[in-house]
Design a protein around this ligand. Structure first.
Ligand code: PEP
Ligand code: MG
Length: 322
């Protein structure tokens, strides 16, 4: 099977009816880039920077972060590299940050909420490192766990402040760097039309979007039967986000697990998803699947799938089509 997939190395990711899809990879550390290149991903759709902060006793300095981001930007040689700002809390703990245990970690003091609060010592150095590294490749900044417009505007304003600082010091950065958001909360999905007017791109985080839509802890086995991106509520949310993004002409990607799910891929293509981001080892199989579909022919299938009102029916229908 590996041999069979190897033939997809170097092939463009274009559907049978001529639509080009961006097929990119998720990473957690600069070293992961080797696999990204090995499996011929077309860029990086999600760099989870919290891994630079984990398994150590103190925060990585601005320079350490700069070196990590720069290394990835250079290795990817002009291909898009979406770097997500620190997404801690929830299931990811960093002991030295002095965070008290939240009663409901996934609903608590995490990600952008924490960063906007602890801006001086945590967020600013990260943004400075990201901007400095942006002079070396095609870096885009992604803000996680956004629930309301104000959070995005505040993050954006801080990026502008950091840019002004760099200007004063004569330090180079990509002036028109794109800033997008993860759409992974129910609130962001419902407000996707408004967000699409202000952000440069969306990346749908189905791991959290499923959790927050279904009110189901993504790590709890007792309720995992409810946790599926094929649930009609989650599918409606995903379709809505893609439609809102496409209407404003911004790129809409997905970096949650659902992006590599063979049962999801035909639906995501039909909805109009532009970019699929997944673990590097899943890329070639996804290219095989995507290049085998015609988006025009998937429309009727997606309509039918969306007419079902239970996960079971959607799943059975999508399985039948495999
Ligand atoms: C997601 O929520 O879908 C996602 C990609 O981010 P993480 O899994 O890191 O929360
Ligand atoms: Mg997430």
């Amino acid at each position: 099977e590996k041999k069979e997939l190897d033939q997809y190395i170097g092939k463009p990711t274009v559907t049978k009816d001529g639509v080009t899809i961006e097929l990119v990879a998720n990473i957690g550390k600069p070293e992961d880039v080797d696999k990204v290149l090995q499996y011929d991903a077309e860029g990086i759709g999600l760099f989870r920077t919290e891994f630079l902060f984990m398994d150590r006793n103190s925060m990585p300095t601005e320079d350490e972060q700069f070196e990590a981001y720069q290394k990835v930007a250079i290795a990817m040689n002009g291909k898009p590299v979406i770097i997500r700002t620190l997404d801690i809390g929830g299931d990811k703990e960093i002991p030295y940050m002095g965070l008290k245990k939240d009663e409901n970690p996934f609903l608590g003091y995490r990600a952008i909420r924490f960063c906007l609060d602890r801006r001086e010592d945590v967020y600013r150095p990260q943004l400075r490192a990201l901007l400095r590294a942006s002079a070396f490749g095609n870096i885009k900044i992604m803000v996680p766990m956004v629930t309301c417009l104000e959070e995005f505007r505040e993050a954006k304003a801080m990026i502008e402040e950091v840019k002004a600082e760099l200007d004063l010091k004569g330090i180079a950065y990509k002036r028109d760097i794109q800033v997008g958001i993860m759409v992974e909360t129910a609130a962001a999905s419902l407000m996707a039309d408004a967000f699409a007017k202000e952000v440069d791109f969306f990346s749908i985080g189905t791991n959290d979007l499923t959790q927050y839509t279904m009110s189901v802890d993504r790590g709890n086995d007792k309720v995992s039967y409810l946790y599926s991106p094929l649930n009609p509520a989650v599918l409606r949310s995903i379709r809505h986000i893609i439609q809102c993004g496409r209407k404003e002409g911004i790129m809409v990607g997905m970096c949650g697990e659902a992006a590599s799910d063979p049962l999801m891929i035909p639906l995501l293509l039909a909805f109009g998803l532009n970019e699929f981001s997944m673990s590097a080892s899943a890329v070639l199989n996804a290219r095989k699947l995507i290049t085998g579909y015609s988006i025009a022919e998937l429309q009727a299938i997606a309509d039918k799938a969306m007419s079902f009102v239970t996960t079971k029916e959607v799943e059975a229908y999508m399985r039948e089509l495999q």
